[in-house]
Design a protein around this ligand. Sequence first.
Ligand SMILES: Nc1nc2c(c(=O)[nH]1)N[C@H]1C(S)=C(S)[C@@H](COP(=O)(O)OP(=O)(O)OC[C@H]3O[C@@H](n4cnc5c(=O)[nH]c(N)nc54)[C@H](O)[C@@H]3O)O[C@H]1N2
Ligand SMILES: Nc1nc2c(c(=O)[nH]1)N[C@H]1C(S)=C(S)[C@@H](COP(=O)(O)OP(=O)(O)OC[C@H]3O[C@@H](n4cnc5c(=O)[nH]c(N)nc54)[C@H](O)[C@@H]3O)O[C@H]1N2
Ligand code: SF4
Ligand SMILES: [Mo]
Length: 569
Amino acid sequence: MSKLTACSLDCYDACEIVYKDGKITPHKEGHTDGFLCPHLNHYEKFHQIQTPRYNGVEISIEDALLKLAEILKNTPKEKSLFYKSSGNFGLMQDVTTHFFASFGATLTDGSLCDGAGEAGIIEGRGSNKNMPLSEIAKSEVVIIWGRNPHTTSSHLLPLLKDKIIIVIDPLKTKIAKVADLHIQLKPHTDLELAMLLSRFLFIENSIDEEYLKEYASEYEDFYELTQTLRIKKTLDNIDIDLSQIGELLAFVKEKKVAIVCGLGMQKYKNGADVMRSIDAFALHLGLFGKEGCGVAYLGNSRENINSPFCTKGKKVSKVDTKFSEFESVFIQGANPLSQMPNSTRVTMEISSVKNIVYFGLYENESSAMAHLVIPAKNFLAKNDVRVSYSHPKIMHMPKVKETKFGISEYDLSAYLCSEFEIEIKTEQEYIEHFLGFSSRKIEDTPYKKGFDTDDGEFIYLQELDGIKVNSDALYLITIKSPKSLNSQFHRQTHLYLNKSHGFSNGEILKISSDNANVKLEVQLNEDLRDDCVLVYSGTKGVNALTSSSHSYEGKNATYQENRVTLSRC
Ligand SMILES: Nc1nc2c(c(=O)[nH]1)N[C@H]1C(S)=C(S)[C@@H](COP(=O)(O)OP(=O)(O)OC[C@H]3O[C@@H](n4cnc5c(=O)[nH]c(N)nc54)[C@H](O)[C@@H]3O)O[C@H]1N2
Ligand SMILES: Nc1nc2c(c(=O)[nH]1)N[C@H]1C(S)=C(S)[C@@H](COP(=O)(O)OP(=O)(O)OC[C@H]3O[C@@H](n4cnc5c(=O)[nH]c(N)nc54)[C@H](O)[C@@H]3O)O[C@H]1N2
Ligand code: SF4
Ligand SMILES: [Mo]
C-alpha cells in the first residue's frame, strides 16, 4: 500500500513523499521531482526518544501526562512558558499553542530565522508575498542572494538549468562555482551593494520612470540617498571592482529576473534595511508584478489561512527569553539550548527553572536539561497538514504508520484541554479546516497593481544607518549544514577557514567573541574569504559565541553580528 504525505521538516522545499511498503520514497511529480535530501533518505535510521522520563527515571506515557498536568496545576499561570520552534512545520503543531494560550501561559514571539528580512519586505511593500517556484521557472536570469540552494533548497536546482546564474555570497558555494558571475562580497556589505546597483541603474538611465512615478514616487529622494555613498570607498568596503557591478547590470537589464534571497544577508541588526535595499533594486529593475520576475524570500506560508487555534496571550521574545522568570517551561519542536543565540546565557537562565519539560523527537542539549521528557510521534505516525515558505501548495500529511511510542501534539493537547476544561475540537475537524484552504488564492505575480501599503506605493528606506563598523576581527559565518537540519541528524564538529591564517587541518583552535571562547578543530577550506570563519548551525557550542541582541526591526536573532578572533590552544 502506498500513501502520499509530506516531509515535516523546516525547509523551503516541503517535499511530497510516498510512503510505500514501509519506506519513504520521493513523489515523482510536482515540485518534489522524484528526489529527497539525505535527511529524509535516512530519516527512519535516526534514533528517536521512545520512553518518557522524569528526573532521569523512565516512566509510562500515562504517568508523564499526569506529571505534566500536576506541574501545570502547581505553577502560577503567568509563570508557565510555552516555547515552540518549527522542528515540525505542520499546522497541527499549534494545537499545543491553543492549549497553552487558552490556559493563560506566556508564549513567545520574535524569530531565530527570517524575521529581520521579512520586516524589511513588509516595510517596503506592505506585505510579504513571495515569488513562487512556478514563476522562478519562467525567469531568464536568477540572482541567488545569501542562499545556499545545494544545501537548503535543492529542489530549486532543476529550475535553474539553462538560466544565467548570478550569486552574491561571501562563500564560494556550490552554486557560486558554476555561476556566470559570483560576487564574493565581504559579509554584511549587501546594503551598500544593493544601493550601488540602484545608483548605477539611475546613472545609466535604465529605470522605468513612468512606473516609478506611479508606484514609488519618492524615487528621486532615494537616488539622492544612494549618492551619499562614495563609490570608490564603498567598492573597497564591499571588496569588489566596479567591473563586477557593470557585469551584473549587463546580465539583468531588459531580462526576466528572479532575485532568490535566503537568510544569509539578514542575520544582522540592520537585516531589515538590507532586505529593503534589495527590494528597492528589484523595484528599479521593474521586477514586481511581471511574469518570471520578482523577489523570492521566505514567504508567509500561512497567507490566506485562518488559524482555528487560540494563539493570543502574553508573549516574550524567543531571542533573549528570560527563562529564569518562569517556574515551568514547556519546550516543543525546539532545541533552544543549542539554537538560540548566546547559549551560555540560555543554559544559565534555564538551569534555575524548576520544571523544564521537553517534548521532541531526539536527545539533545535541551532534553538533557529537562526534568520531564515526553517523546513526540514523528510525522509519519500522526495526522497533519503543511504549507511551505517557498511554494503555495497545501499538503495533507495523513498518518502512514503506527508506532507504539510517543504521543502526537493533538493527543497531548486533548488530554491537557480535558484536564483544564478548555474547549478543543476533534483532530479531524482541524485537519478539514486546514484542507479547506487547499484552493486558496495566491497571486503568481503579486504587486501587479502596486503595493500593499496605504497609498499603494513602495516605501523607501529613508536613511542609511547601521552600516557596519570596521574591525580586524574575523566574520563568523554560521550557515546551514548539508548533514544536519539545524541541530537534528548529523551535526558538524569543525570550524572552517582558509589556509591564509597559517593553521593546519586537525589543529584545535580557540575561537573567541565578546561572549565566549569555544574550542573547535580546524578544517581548511579554500571556498572562504580570508576574513571569514565558518561554523555550521547545529555545531555544538557555536551559539556560545553569538549574542542575544535583536535586529532593529523584526525582533530577529543577529547570529552574524559578532566578530571573532582565533588562537592556538
Ligand atoms: N540541509 C539543511 N537544510 C536546511 C536547514 C539546515 O539546517 N540544513 N535549515 C532550514 C532552515 S531553518 C532555514 S531558515 C533555511 C535557510 O537556508 P538559507 O537561506 O540557504 O540560509 P543559510 O544557510 O543560513 O545561508 C545562506 C547563504 O548566505 C550566505 N551568507 C552569509 N553571510 C552573508 C552575507 O553577509 N551576505 C550574503 N550575501 N550572503 C551571506 C552564506 O554563505 C550561505 O551560503 O534552510 C532550511 N534548510
Ligand atoms: N548560529 C546559528 N544559529 C541558528 C541558525 C543559524 O543559521 N546559525 N539558524 C536559526 C534558524 S534559521 C532556526 S529556524 C533555528 C532552529 O532552531 P530549532 O527549531 O530549535 O532547531 P532544531 O535543531 O532543528 O530542533 C528542532 C527540534 O524539533 C524536534 N522535533 C522534530 N519533529 C518534531 C515533532 O513532530 N514534534 C515535536 N514535538 N518535536 C519535533 C526535534 O527533537 C528537534 O530537536 O535555529 C537558529 N539557530
Ligand atoms: S529537501 Fe527539505 S522538504 Fe525535501 S525531504 Fe529534504 S528536508 Fe524534507
Ligand atoms: Mo530557519
